[in-house]
Structures are given as C-alpha cells and as structure tokens.
Design a protein around this ligand. Structure first.
Ligand SMILES: [Zn+2]
Length: 497
C-alpha cells in the first residue's frame, strides 16, 4: 500500500476529470508527461525533473497493436437462450443492497460505511449504465452479533436464507416490489473445516447464491429474483489474518455485480457451456466454445475482468474504497479497455488470433501472442500457466497434459512472442488444456493484472503421426512420419535382409 500522502494526491487526480489521464510510468518521457503525472511524480520521485506538457489538443500519436478483445458475454432468457436474437429477456430492476455485517468482523465499521457508499459510487453508476440497470440503488445496513459462521457444524444456503429473513424482518425491512434485493453477507469461513468447507460446493470462495424462499418468506419479504452475495474471504483460524479492507470490498462488490447481472429470472449475463469437460465445443448453451469458460461451465462479468480495480475517495473520511472494475460488453466491443469504470492508467494485455489451436498428442505447438496497450507505457510482465485441463477437478485429478518451457515475458505494445506448449503422449480422445496469460504491472490504485485465455485441443495421433521406423528397426529423424514418401525413401536402404 502506498502511503497516505500519495493516496490523497491520487484522490485529487480522480476528482479532476478535465485533466488528461495519462500513464504514470516511472520512466519520464516527453510522450507520457502530463499534469497528472507531474503531480504524482513530484511526490513519488522528487529528483525527477518536471517535463513540459505536450501542447493541448495534440496528443502524441499512439497506435495500440492489432489485437482481439475478450468475447462478448450474452444475456439469457429463462430457457437459457441468448437475447438477442431472442427478445424475451426481462428488464433489470433497481437494486436494493442490504449489508449484514457481524460487529466482530475485521473492518466492520469501514464495511458499514462501504455498504452505504456503494450505492452512490461512480462505480455503481458506471456499472448500472453498462448493463441498463435503473438507478438509484438503495442501501440498508444491519449490524449483527449472531451471524452463523462457517467454522463449525454444517450450514446450508437455506440456513442463511432463514437468518436473513429473521434479521431483515426484525430490522423492519419490507418486501420491495420492482427491486432486486441483494443481501451482502460477511461470513467467517474456515476453508479446512470438515466434512465440508462453506455452505455449498463453492467452499470458502465468495459467491452469490440465489434465494429460494418458503411461501411465508415470499409473502413477507423475498422477491422472486432476490439473491445473496456472500463474502467468505475471512478465515478467523488464519493467524495472522490476511484479510484487508480492499480484499473485502472487492470481493463483496464482485459478487454484488454478478448477483445483479446473473440471477435466474432477471439478467443472466454469462458465458456458459453444458459440457465443461469439452469446453471447445459449443454445446448449444452459448459459450461459443470459449476458453474463457471456467471448470464450473460458467464465467460471469466480474470474472471476465478479474484483476481490474478502481478506488474512490471516501466521503467524510480519508482513504479510499476499492472496487473491481467490471467487464463491459460495450467497452470491450470498442476494442480498448474492456472494463468500467474507465481506469486512470492505460490498459495493457495480450491476445491471440485463435481461441483454440490443435496439436497431436506428444507433440508441441507454438501459439503466437501479441501484447498491446492503449497508451505508451513501460513494459509489463506476462506470465503463462496451464490453468485448466480435462479431468483437472476429478478425484483424483488427472495430470496436466500440457507443459510450458518458457513461462515469463517482458512485454510492451506490439511485442510478439510464441508460447510453446508441449503435450504428453497417450492422451484420451478429446483431451485439451487451457492457458492463462496474465499481464501484470504494479500501478498504485490501478489494475493489478489482466488475463487472456487460449486453449489447446489434443488430437490422438493418426497413423501419419507415427514415427518412421524401417523394417530393420532403423528410426528416421522426427521430421519423417510413417507412411510418407520421405519415410519410404529413407527406408529403401533399410530393408530387412
Ligand atoms: Zn465471479
């Protein structure tokens, strides 16, 4: 965390939208010197000379390298069909956000302020605008001393539903017609707890369970599209605690945004496949065979821009609240930074021309990658890893069928490199792996990283892929395959005698 002084100066820059927001790189150059940079630099690097700003109205010419942006994420109707082309998706409702916070939770007082601040935040305004969610949102806070924790016993989503009902009714909260109410719960969760961590199959990962009310609860409080957003990132058994205020507000608003945009009966923006064991196949559920789909079969809007952040000044207090920037179909389609609210630092990422490449089991393939940024910035790190594969989540998990020889690059706009993927031989039919290419750069109050996904489909070898072995046992070099003319030619001198 940078110190508070820089924090306050950064706040100032956020409040001055008339300033062109340019890169705050460490390397001072004429092209990216601007008023904002000068303010930040004069504090952070006092020995850096203040450079003259470029003349107004003549921004330096910069061309982001040709690239693809992440896929468009479709909305779905009640039958799981995309809108458009279908036109029967329900409109979004105004949001009512009720935060239920244990008094003993870390940062409980800050989270209470956050629960109120979120509804008037620029984050909320921009997120609502991106998905045509009407405003303004309403906020209520319930502070509690008896939140059921996930450190002992066994609790279900329905136990939290009943708890919410009891607490909300006691706080005088009524049914809100024409609203989607999202209950944001901060629940301590021990990820080692047996027989099962958490309230459902998501363990101690924050998520957004729907609310399936009883008849009485429906009558008195819950609407058909109400939902929870549960923040489970605090494990009281971890000493010292690793939770920060930022991690709590980011997780809570991530789940809040996804509860608002992916709840049955309302907006359902997601990439989804019915066949997550074969994600490269468009199974008719609209994922389009995208490698962005997670092992659950689904990826949602906040997930699509994981790592993107925005901080807003806190009203009546020093410091900031940090939110996850949310993937916007419109912003993404425009080709630049795909998340909202817009960032104050230039966006950077990598992309590949193809979603999937195919390779024969046992062989390697080179995947061409292009790095790009929206403005001129210093280089950033790209780290590649094999993120998912067939049988990854099985018990016991299957071994990864892919490996990478090089995993790190220093990237800049228009930098091109190949990721070499080696596959293991003897894979089951239909095997595959998905690579995560993570671009990261340290930017105070900016995005932490940006992701790209590309998949590899592993074909079983055909007779043509078999190595060329002659009648006397002589093995030709790897370029010659069985059954080819080259193999035949080589083997003419190696007949069995
Ligand atoms: Zn998510």
């Amino acid at each position: 965390m940078p110190n508070r002084w820089v924090r306050l100066l950064f706040t100032t820059t956020l409040l001055l939208p008339a300033f062109p927001l340019r890169g705050q790189s460490h390397q001072a150059t004429l092209t990216d010197a601007g008023p904002v940079k000068d303010i930040a630099m004069s504090v952070r690097l006092s020995d850096t000379p203040v450079l003259p700003a470029t003349s107004p109205g003549a921004p330096p010419k910069f061309d982001p390298a040709d690239h693809r942006n992440p896929p468009q994420v479709p909305n779905h109707d009640a039958n799981g069909r995309t809108c458009p082309p279908h036109q029967d998706c329900p409109p979004a409702l105004k949001l009512r956000i009720i935060s239920i916070i244990p008094n003993s939770f870390p940062f409980a007082t800050d989270l209470e302020q956050f629960g109120n601040a979120i509804v008037t935040s620029a984050w909320m305004v921009q997120f609502n605008a991106a998905y045509d969610i009407p405003g303004p949102a309403m906020a209520r806070i319930i502070k509690v001393d008896d939140m059921p924790d996930l450190n002992q016993g066994k609790k279900e989503v329905s136990d939290y539903r009943d708890y919410i009902f009891k607490k909300a009714r006691a706080a005088g909260i009524e049914k809100a017609e024409h609203h989607q109410t999202i209950y944001v719960l901060y629940i301590p969760c021990d990820d080692k707890h047996l027989p099962r961590a958490g309230m459902d199959s998501f363990g101690c990962s924050s998520h957004h369970p729907g609310i399936d009310p009883t008849a009485q609860q429906k009558d008195k409080l819950f609407g058909p599209t109400d939902s929870m957003a549960v923040m489970l990132g605090f494990n009281p058994r971890t000493q010292p605690s690793t939770i920060t205020l930022d991690s709590a507000t980011v997780a809570a608003s991530h789940e809040l945004a996804e509860a608002a945009t992916d709840t049955k009966g309302l907006l359902q923006f997601k990439l989804h496949t019915d066949d997550p064991e074969h994600p490269y196949i468009d199974s008719g559920s609209n994922a389009g065979g995208s490698p962005w789909v997670r092992e659950s079969g689904t990826v949602e809007l906040a997930d699509m821009s994981e790592g993107a952040r925005v901080s807003e000044p806190r009203q009546g207090s020093t410091g900031m609240f940090t939110y996850p920037r949310i993937y916007s179909n419109k912003a993404s389609k425009a080709g630049g930074d795909p998340a909202v609210p817009p960032a104050s630092f230039p966006y950077y990422n990598v992309s590949t021309d193809q979603d999937w490449v195919s390779v024969t089991a046992g062989q390697s393939v080179e995947i061409p990658v292009t790095a790009w940024s929206t403005q001129s910035i210093d280089s950033w790190d790209v780290n590649a890893r094999v993120a998912r594969w067939m049988g990854h989540t099985a018990t016991p998990p299957a071994a990864a069928p892919c490996s990478l020889s090089t995993k790190r690059w220093d990237a800049h706009n228009n930098f091109k490199f190949n990721v070499r993927v080696q596959t293991t031989p003897a894979q089951p039919a239909g095997a595959w792996c998905i690579l995560n290419l993570k671009s990261s750069k340290s930017v105070p109050f900016g995005d932490e990283f940006h992701e790209w996904f590309v998949g590899v489909i592993i074909r079983p070898p055909t007779p043509q892929d078999e190595p060329c072995v002659c009648g006397d046992g002589f093995k030709a070099g790897p370029a010659a395959k069985a059954g080819t003319e080259a193999c035949e030619h080589i083997c003419r001198g190696h007949e069995r005698h």
